[in-house]
Design a binder for this molecule. Structure first.
Ligand SMILES: *[C@@H]1O[C@H](CO)[C@@H](O)[C@H](O)[C@H]1NC(C)=O
Length: 164
């Protein structure tokens, strides 16, 4: 009984303080093919759970909003969160430079992370998954950069009308 209570306490601590995605936040928009930085943070209180690896994938969400697997793998390899030098406001973290697949367009997509680590005095293997949901726009990365003169003139005219 006592052992179970301790085990439950340990498990809930781990569940309550997992690693997470600090950026991009839910709802961020990206053009197909664009590069972005994904930041995974790991609360300092988890330092006793040595990290092993991470896999990061992107998948279009289903019509019912579910996005059950990692999909297209954008990264797999060692996960080794560190403080910035000099230390900034972020807890231990790792930045990954990733690219939205150019084939994604005008859809909601999930960026999911699978993290494996060791936990407890006996180094029990464990893993967790967490995710963020983004919106992929229909334009290409280059078209979403500086707006062509014609397009900007058109949108200025619309803004002017709305203000009247
Ligand atoms: C990761 O990126 C964030 C945001 O751009 C930055 O503040 C931080 O210093 C970077 N961390 C490292 C270790 O480069």
């Amino acid at each position: 009984m006592k052992f179970c209570a301790i085990l439950l306490a340990l498990v809930s601590t781990v569940v309550a303080q997992s690693a997470s995605i600090a950026y991009p936040q839910d709802g961020t928009s990206f053009a197909p093919g664009s590069e972005f930085t994904l930041t995974i943070i790991k609360p300092n209180s988890l330092s006793a759970s040595p990290d092993i690896s991470a896999a990061i994938g992107i998948i279009p969400c289903n019509d019912d909003g579910s996005c059950p697997t990692l999909g297209t793998i954008l990264f797999k390899g060692l996960f080794n969160p560190q403080y910035s030098t000099p230390p900034g406001s972020l807890p231990p973290h790792q930045n990954f430079t990733l690219q939205i697949p150019p084939t994604f367009s005008a859809e909601k997509a999930q960026i999911g992370v699978f993290r494996s680590y060791l936990t407890g005095a006996e180094a029990t293997p464990a893993h967790e998954t967490f995710a963020t949901t983004i919106q992929v726009t229909s334009g290409t990365a280059s078209a979403s950069a500086p707006v062509p003169t014609g397009a900007s003139r058109r949108s200025m005219r619309i803004t002017g009308k709305l203000n009247l």
